[in-house]
Design a protein around this ligand. Structure first.
Ligand SMILES: Nc1ncnc2c1ncn2[C@@H]1O[C@H](COP(=O)(O)OP(=O)(O)OP(=O)(O)O)[C@@H](O)[C@H]1O
Length: 623
């Protein structure tokens, strides 16, 4: 059932701000929306997708392509549209990361890439390190140019290097590098930067593929546009420039943290001029309350003295300090008192463990080792999202399609009532088995097969002792029910063996580990998802997330050595992390580890933050 555009209302939220309404109704020409942290950019894109699909402005078989930078951002967007639109509409919303989009294109149209650049089907994906590039440059007699400059040239130079402006000697160097990677005796090795160049070449050389892409996607969303690299932007232009595609680009210059990786200096201006886009702006912050927003603005002004005022829409739900600098004498004291503080907050019903994130500058594994026992003594469990399980980081694994399908599916076997898991399974399998929502008989058949599956799974979980072996077995039952082939066909990201195996192995590894650690299957699945655990992550990986309370851990001059004025991106990263807090943000450091960061204190103390020496008075339960 379609809705008239004038009758359409946002779903899941009461309303949108005026700027968002304007940008949502802009469906004939491209629009470029700038907005600060928590302004609801992701939410706005989800609402705009619902608007286009539910009003029929984007009618079948046309689809919307949404490109994000991070896997969790792409997943969040997809989930929000999935919640608001019936499956046959939600299926036409394709939310992918930039890398997933280019890799899908390569895997589908590899054969159309002109030789000698077309890679074989079984290429491997690699992340060349400094040593690899320096080794190549040394062998080629070009060491003096520096590996970083060469890395940039690989990422930027359009294939087949015949563009004006590329000097002949560079052409030869790049060509030799590509040939080496394509013809390695152990198999072709491509980086995502190279995949981008291949797809850009593919689109420039094949008007029919380009046209098909344009016909499929009359609407294209670009999330976190501030981090678009020159190479990614070239590819967007190769794919859509000159077409009727209507773009909606959203972003925030203050959250630009990928300059080191080649992000454009002035992405918004270039985009607005190339795609004749109108500008829009969002002024609200729905995430954080006014007291936190006031501090955010102090940091924002450091990044951009002309920053616009923001209207805080979050409601303050806590008493006492919402931000402070916590100073400790020793590391032991620091860990113990923070654990005691979190425990007390949980006891008072202010927090759930997973609402309180611990953010570190780097080396989350070391911090995990440092905190685990101290937290355990307090009855708390740390969930290190950066930890790798079977070759994939837990944070990445949790955002995988496979995880999204198998967690609710496995919950059906635990014997606990879970309408959420049942509905999620039904919706996902409906999409996976391509069942039409109007086909009642097919729906009934699906229902029956889910019932049969859940009783088989229940028996397997009930009749076997819960351990790693039985967990692997239970996962296998679920995989056979869904069908590995079907799954891999439905998700292009899993088509190559290596990609599917990496995720499958990661899932089994973590699931087995969780099954060993607790006694009930439902607890194992909760543990897998991080429910009831205190998340630990690096500030870089906090982008796009939000938490009730955040504790920046080890915020001393040594650990955060690079966070200094003049290092714009470090300040931007810090701003991104700080703006994840809905209610409170604390900065902890201890004298044993290093000095306080002077410039940070100089910025935050005048903004109203206090320095608190130790938290002992709080840990004993005093209010
Ligand atoms: N119109 C709205 N009404 C109420 N809540 C909203 C609205 N828009 C967004 N929110 C809520 O505000 C929070 C921030 O929204 P969202 O994640 O979309 O912001 P964002 O601009 O993408 O954030 P950031 O760039 O800081 O990651 C979320 O919890 C979201 O549910």
């Amino acid at each position: 059932m379609l809705v008239l555009p004038d009758d359409w209302r946002p779903q899941g939220v009461d309303d949108l701000e005026p700027g968002a309404w304007q940008a949502l109704r802009e469906t004939d020409r491209s629009v470029c929306v700038t907005a600060g942290a928590g302004a609801g950019k992701t939410e706005f894109l989800a609402q705009k997708a619902a608007y286009l699909l539910q009003t029929g402005i984007c009618l079948p078989p046309k689809c919307i392509l949404a490109i994000s930078f991070k896997r969790d951002a792409a997943q969040t967007l997809k989930a929000r549209v999935g919640k608001r639109c019936p499956p046959d509409q939600a299926r036409r919303f394709h939310s992918l990361t930039f890398d997933a989009f280019t890799k899908n294109m390569l895997d589908r149209f590899r054969a159309a890439i002109p030789q000698p650049f077309g890679p074989p089907r079984n290429y491997e994906i690699g992340f060349p390190r400094r040593d690899d590039l320096e080794d190549f440059l040394t062998r080629s007699g070009w060491r003096d140019i520096g590996w970083q400059k060469f890395e940039k040239a690989i990422a930027r130079a359009p294939l087949p290097f015949d563009a004006e402006g590329i000097p002949p000697a560079w052409r030869e160097l790049l060509h030799t590098y590509w040939q080496e990677q394509l013809e390695r005796p152990t198999g072709t090795l491509l980086s995502f930067a190279m995949i981008n160049r291949l797809v850009d070449y593919l689109l420039r050389e094949n008007p029919a593929i380009r046209r098909a892409l344009q016909l499929t996607y009359p609407f294209v969303f670009l999330d976190e546009f501030q981090d678009t690299t020159y190479a990614q932007y070239d590819l967007v232009k190769s794919a859509f420039h000159g077409s009727d595609a209507v773009f909606t680009a959203v972003g925030d210059d203050k959250q630009r943290i990928m300059g080191w990786a080649g992000a454009m200096d002035n992405a918004f201006q270039e985009f607005a001029s190339d795609f004749n886009a109108v500008n829009g702006a969002l002024r609200f912050n729905w995430r954080s309350h006014a007291d936190l927003v006031a501090i955010q603005q102090v940091i924002a002004e450091r990044i951009d003295p002309n920053v616009e005022d923001v209207e805080a829409r979050g409601q303050r739900a806590v008493d006492g300090q919402v931000a402070a600098l916590w100073r400790f004498d020793t590391r032991e004291q620091e860990a113990q008192q923070i654990a005691a503080w979190i425990d007390r907050e949980i006891e008072h019903g202010i927090l759930e463990p997973h609402d309180c994130a611990i953010l570190v500058r780097m080396r989350a594994d070391d911090v995990e080792a440092e905190l685990t026992d101290v937290f355990a003594a307090q009855g708390l469990k740390i969930r290190n999202l950066a930890r790798s399980v079977g070759g994939i980081a837990i944070q990445e694994l949790l955002a995988e399609e496979l995880t999204g399908i198998f967690i609710p599916l496995l919950r059906l076997g635990t014997g606990e009532r879970s309408p959420g898991a049942w509905n999620a399974t039904q919706e996902q399998l409906q999409a996976l088995f391509a069942i039409d929502t109007g086909d009642e008989r097919a729906q009934e058949r699906l229902q029956r097969s889910i019932e049969e599956f859940s009783s088989t799974l229940r028996a397997a979980m009930r009749d076997n002792e819960q351990n790693g072996e039985s967990a692997a077995n239970v996962f296998q039952i679920a995989l056979e029910f869904v069908g590995a082939d079907r799954l891999r066909q439905a998700f292009p990201a899993y088509r190559r063996d290596a990609d599917f195996e990496r995720v499958r192995t990661g899932f089994i590894t973590l699931f087995c580990e969780c099954a060993e650690a607790v006694d009930a299957w439902s607890d194992a699945l909760d543990r897998f998802e991080g429910i009831g655990q205190v998340p630990l992550m690096t500030i870089h990986k906090s982008k796009g997330l939000e938490f009730h309370t955040m504790i920046f851990f080890g915020l001393d001059a040594q650990t955060w050595w690079s966070l200094s004025p003049g290092r714009d991106e470090e300040l931007n990263s810090f701003f991104v992390a700080f703006t994840r807090a809905m209610q409170r943000a604390f900065f902890a450091y201890c004298s044993e580890r290093g000095q306080a960061i002077g410039w940070l204190e100089n910025m935050l103390l005048p903004a109203g933050l206090e320095r608190v020496d130790g938290l002992l008075h709080l840990a004993v339960g005093d209010e």
